[in-house]
Write a protein that binds this ligand. Structure first.
Ligand code: UT7
Length: 320
């Protein structure tokens, strides 16, 4: 056996995003008869509106759109990719997964393709797996996509869940590099919290004990973020950006306080017009920071994702 890749690193080369054209405001939800108000949703969650996929749009079509944009941004062709990893928890059917169809739709050829389901934690899990595949030499260039059609799984009479979620997809191209561009992952899980959020047996929609998930996220995830920063060998003050999962603006703000982030750190607050898009939330928020110029190429950004399972994962990356 000849291992020649021992010192190879991985980086994100480019990003692409797809936000569905349909938009649903809080006021529209309230006008539909749900016992809620625009003010309650805005003040308790930070959400003002969310993108909603059309009937013809699926996890696979949204993921393909985002991936095509990431390839175009990198000036690459789908045949330059040799692995596709899709992070999602909202496919309509458990089998087949979506990654192979995305690869085919892009024209990637017979590449490796599989799905990762770590719910809202999924993108950071998939990114870690992709970086490891590149570092080990199992792959040279990987398309990592977070894509969700959460509105397929919402009960529009359940005000504890339906106001929170939206649809969308974002993709990252991960490839080999001379310098580390994706830090070691800090990840973990707590299956004892499995009942707190998910689709219960015999049900069809997402149900959630919101306050319990809120308490868990605001009390348990600070140390995970700190571990990711330690593993990257940097200090909190070296970060240019913090890109946490967009579950609730009050969770984002609580994490910022717990981490005592300096004011110099840009914090992703994509949730206002995106809602919670589960595995798509971290890459969508990162793509927006890049698009708006709030972060620069080479900056350190801390990604932190968490959700049903319970699962969580975070790592420091260099902004593409
Ligand atoms: O990505 C997956 C992980 N998910 C999360 O991280 C979500 C975490 N949890 C949350 O974001 C929050 O817990 C929610 C936004 C879901 C709920 O906010 P909350 O501040 O924890 O409210 P609550 O559930 O404690 O409810 C407070 C009150 C209750 O009324 P009473 O009993 O005090 O009369 C609820 O019935 O607010 C009521 N309420 C609402 N009122 C208007 C709950 N949902 C709504 C609503 N509109 N949509």
């Amino acid at each position: 056996m000849n291992v020649t890749t021992a010192s190879r690193h991985a980086r994100i080369r480019a990003l692409g995003e797809h936000r569905p054209a349909g938009v649903l405001t809080n006021s529209e939800i309230a006008a539909g008869g749900l016992d809620t108000t625009d003010e309650w949703i805005r003040t308790r969650t930070g959400i003002d509106r969310r993108h909603v996929a059309g009937a013809e749009e699926t996890v696979v079509t949204m993921a393909t759109e985002a991936a095509a944009k990431a390839l175009a941004a990198a000036g690459l062709d789908a045949r330059d990719v040799d692995l596709v990893v899709l992070a999602t928890c909202t496919m309509r059917n458990a089998i087949p997964g979506g990654a192979a169809r995305i690869a085919t739709a892009l024209g990637a050829g017979p590449v490796g393709a599989f799905d990762v389901n770590a719910a809202c934690g999924g993108f950071c899990y998939a990114l870690s797996v992709a970086a490891d595949a590149v570092r080990s030499g199992s792959a040279n260039r990987v398309l990592v996509i977070g894509a969700e059609k959460l509105t397929d799984w919402l009960d529009w009479t359940d005000r504890g869940t339906c106001i929170l979620f939206g649809d969308g997809a974002a993709a990252a191209i991960v490839e080999a590099s001379d310098e580390p561009g994706i830090g070691p992952v800090a990840w973990g899980s707590d299956g004892a919290g499995a009942e707190l959020v998910g689709v219960p047996d015999g049900d069809w929609a997402i149900r959630m004990d919101g306050p319990a998930v809120f308490r868990w996220a605001t009390t348990q995830l600070g140390p995970v973020a700190r571990r990711a920063v330690d593993l990257a060998g940097i200090e909190m003050g070296d970060l240019a950006a913090f890109v946490p999962h967009q579950a609730n603006l009050r969770i984002v703000d609580a994490l910022v306080r717990a981490l005592k982030l300096p004011d110099t750190v840009v914090v992703a607050r994509d949730i206002a017009d995106t809602g919670n898009t589960s595995a798509a939330s971290v890459p969508l928020a990162l793509a927006r920071l890049v698009a708006t110029g709030d972060v620069q190429s080479g900056d350190h950004a801390l990604l932190l994702a968490f959700g049903a399972g319970l699962t969580y994962a975070g790592q420091v990356i260099r902004v593409p």
